[in-house]
Design a protein around this ligand. Structure first.
Ligand SMILES: NC(=O)c1ccc[n+]([C@@H]2O[C@H](COP(=O)([O-])OP(=O)(O)OC[C@H]3O[C@@H](n4cnc5c(N)ncnc54)[C@H](O)[C@@H]3O)[C@@H](O)[C@H]2O)c1
Length: 359
């Protein structure tokens, strides 16, 4: 395969920084704890925080993240890595219980971003308990840190809280309650994110914690885990296409997803963290353009000049038929909407992945 695109990471980070600085979104001198900071989205957040001269504390247990996502940050004076499973308690500054994990020298945290959770469908089968714990016990522990430090708490929830909405609830707005199977193969993720949201609201009500909840929709781009074993459709298809393997579409391929490129998503997330107008809010951040999975397969096949065949396999149980966010609230409150086209985002993602293929 003659596929010689180059991906320029610095260009994307600088683009993200420019977009944020145009609206004076800066975390300079803030101490921000990012659980799940070694993952796909968390590591982009850490990159921005470090460049903006925040004090970035990345907490991760590498269950689905990777040291390679943050290796370049390890020697920065405003970056700190803590290896820990957030499902177990951890204290910063002070703990009256000597048996607890305590990071004594970090006395004040301004913002807690709880992003730690395995998030790929293949992990729902192999790691359901760890997923449930990260979003319930982990959310509770992270909220406890926010409470102790009087910090802002930001929770990364998901479109999966809506489950499989009927046609008249698509595009889906934040006030749709969801259509979720509590005992199905996806329930460890969908239901634990719903419980995580309930924890956030309970701490807001009872302990007066300042909170925000983002519902993220299908994001991909450089640093998302690569390969068919990780169960996310964009990296799957790209891997299959770059290797001239069959591209496996589930069902008839007419199910839809709203693919968004990573820098658009992280821009929306950080605007939401920063803006006071988003306090107590739940906001969808995703692309409001729906693509069928078959369309995605064809676009990736074209962009990679692949000779792969597109083949069809049975649709997994409870796989949502349509997914598309109503993003009018994000537009109104955050002055945000995605600007990267699907093709442009895929081109960059393919370029990034193709570097793996050359190794
Ligand atoms: N990428 C998406 O399209 C998407 C969509 C909806 C929601 N989200 C949410 O955004 C967040 C980040 O997702 P991502 O795509 O970057 O996934 P990811 O798997 O790349 O990142 C998750 C990170 O959390 C870490 N982690 C998991 N459990 C942990 C625990 N118990 N303790 C400490 N660290 C732990 C992992 O090692 C990893 O680094 C997740 O909460 C996910 O549910 C992502």
């Amino acid at each position: 395969m003659d596929f010689k695109l180059k991906y320029d990471f610095d260009q994307d980070v600088n683009e993200l920084l420019n977009r944020l600085s145009k609206e004076n979104i800066s975390f300079k001198n803030k101490t921000v704890l990012v659980s799940g900071g070694a993952g796909f989205l968390g590591s982009w957040v850490c990159d921005v925080l470090v460049k903006q001269r925040a004090n970035c504390i990345c907490l991760d247990n590498f269950s689905s993240g990777s040291g390679s996502n943050i290796a370049h940050l390890m020697d920065k004076d405003n970056f700190r890595f803590i290896y820990h499973d957030i499902s177990n308690p951890i204290y910063f500054g002070f703990s009256s219980y000597p048996e607890n994990v305590c990071v004594g020298d970090i006395k004040k945290i301004d913002i807690v971003m709880h992003m730690a959770s395995r998030a790929s469908p293949f992990e729902f089968k192999d790691h359901p308990i760890s997923i449930l714990k990260s979003n319930t016990l982990g959310t509770m522990n992270a909220l406890g840190i926010a409470k102790a430090h009087n910090a802002l708490f930001f929770y990364t929830s998901t479109s999966e809280v809506y489950g499989n909405p009927p046609d008249d609830a698509v595009p889906t707005s934040e006030d749709y309650f969801g259509h979720v199977n509590p005992v199905g193969p996806r329930s460890c993720y969908d239901e634990s994110k719903r419980a995580g949201e309930a924890f956030v609201k309970a701490y807001e009500l009872q302990h007066k914690i300042r909170t925000k909840i983002v519902r993220i929709f299908n994001t991909s781009g450089p640093r998302i885990r690569y390969g068919p074993e990780f169960g996310r459709v964009v990296p799957n298809f790209i891997h299959q296409a770059l290797n001239d393997q069959d591209i496996t579409v589930f069902g008839d391929g007419m199910q839809t997803r709203p693919f968004i490129y990573v820098i658009d998503e992280v821009e929306g997330i950080l605007k939401m963290v920063h803006k006071d107008e988003a306090l107590k809010e739940v906001i969808n951040i995703g692309n409001d353009k729906e693509y069928t999975i078959l369309e995605l397969a064809k676009i990736i096949k074209d962009l990679t000049n692949s000779s792969s065949k597109i083949v069809f396999k049975p649709l997994p149980i409870d796989d949502p038929i349509r997914r598309c966010p109503d993003i009018s609230k994000a537009k109104r409150i955050l002055n945000w909407e995605p600007t990267t086209s699907l093709e442009e985002g895929l081109r960059k993602t393919i370029a990034w992945f193709s570097a793996y293929e050359e190794k």
